[in-house]
Ligand binder design. Structure first.
Ligand code: ZN
Ligand code: ZN
Length: 362
């Protein structure tokens, strides 16, 4: 935690600010360890404070011992001035990407009503803690690897039992049930199951429709362990796939494995994307790979950095990213393969072990 605070303080200083008011719940948890659903973190070069309401005063003491508790009592105009007055005259960043227009107006009004010498100067800031969060520490890597392991286990357990006739909803439920029974706190997102033509939508929601033999089935799923998300996609087929499946699967697999083998720290997210894009485009399906190659994963399922055509995010050692090219053919279906791993010594180390191309019940 102390390393997180010093890295965040470095980012605050680099942005030309004296302190940062953190309202994003993931940033709050990352910096303080506090998992409650409501609270404001204030971080300056010297101090670390956490304001929250009565429900959490005891919890803050045990989860966030490095933070001084500021008790929220009454409306914002009552508790906030005392929370920020030590920063009178200084530049206080706020998280613009996390604030509604209404919340911003309320914050501005509260600060404007403070006596001038105690009033900090509000400065819009964006993505500051998010960029710190993108590079994971050892404790986070451990949680992320455990989440991937459990996700893989849940997938394997269900893929081994799946039969034609199960509905997409049942597939999703069996995966979620296994995950929860084996220690997942929650799913990273609602499990995606897309059988046949339905899988041509990259984010196919599961339907009460039976899966069929011979058709591609896209399963995209993840579990949460210690607050950290996993993310994995496999495309499988029950019984014999058609020739199209073999053709498309090979292209996607080759794009995916080439990207994993050649992505390097120091590249931009755009450059990483193009590794896979070029392979898919050369095979004639460039316009059928319409989304980005991947994304960072951590406390949130989609985090900095972004791997996509226009991304200038620079990939760094310690970032945990997904590699997930896909090809989607309306009327036929989709194939996507997604692994998750860490950039380490300049290269991608895969966490995901779920087998690719599982021919079940052939
Ligand atoms: Zn996914
Ligand atoms: Zn993903």
């Amino acid at each position: 935690m102390s390393d997180r605070l010093s890295r965040a303080r470095g980012a605050i200083a680099e942005a030309g600010l004296e302190a940062l008011l953190v309202t994003n719940p993931y940033n709050r948890r990352y910096l303080s360890g506090f998992t409650g659903t409501a609270g404001w973190v204030l971080l300056s070069a010297e101090g670390a404070w956490l304001a929250t309401d009565f429900r959490y005063w005891e919890q803050v003491g045990s989860q966030a011992p490095a933070f001084a508790l500021h008790k929220q009592e009454g409306g914002q105009s009552e508790w906030l001035p005392g929370f920020v007055e030590a920063l009178g005259g200084q530049k206080l960043g706020f998280e613009a990407g996390d604030m509604t227009v209404a919340a911003h107006k309320q914050l501005r009004d509260t600060i404007a009503a403070m006596p001038a010498p105690k009033r900090p100067a509000l400065v819009q800031s964006e993505g500051l803690v998010e960029r710190v969060r993108a590079v994971k520490d050892d404790e986070e890597l451990l949680s992320l690897e455990r989440a991937v392991q459990l996700g893989d286990e849940a997938f394997n357990a269900v893929a081994d039992r799946m039969q034609p006739g199960w509905s997409e909803l049942q597939v999703a439920w069996e995966i979620e049930k296994y995950a929860r029974e084996h220690g997942a706190e929650a799913m990273s997102f609602a499990t995606i199951v897309g059988g046949g033509a339905w899988g041509a939508m990259p984010h196919a929601y599961p339907r009460d429709v039976p899966i069929e033999a011979g058709k591609p089935i896209v399963i995209d799923m993840g579990v949460i362990v210690n607050g950290y998300c996993s993310d994995m996609t496999r495309t499988i087929v029950l019984g014999e796939p058609d020739a199209k499946f073999q053709e498309i699967y090979d292209i996607v697999l080759s794009a995916q494995e080439t990207a994993e083998a050649t992505v390097e720290s120091g590249m931009t997210g755009g450059q990483a994307h193009m590794i896979a894009h070029n392979i898919i485009a050369e095979a004639g399906y460039g316009d059928r790979f319409g989304h980005g190659l991947g994304h960072g994963v951590g406390l949130e399922i989609h985090e900095h950095p972004r791997l996509g055509r226009t991304s200038e995010d620079v990939l760094l050692d310690g970032m945990v990213i997904t590699v997930e090219p896909g090809i989607y053919l309306p009327g036929w279906g989709g194939i996507r393969i997604e692994d998750m791993g860490v950039l380490e010594n300049g290269r991608f180390r895969n966490f995901t072990t779920a087998p690719k191309l599982r021919m079940v019940g052939a």
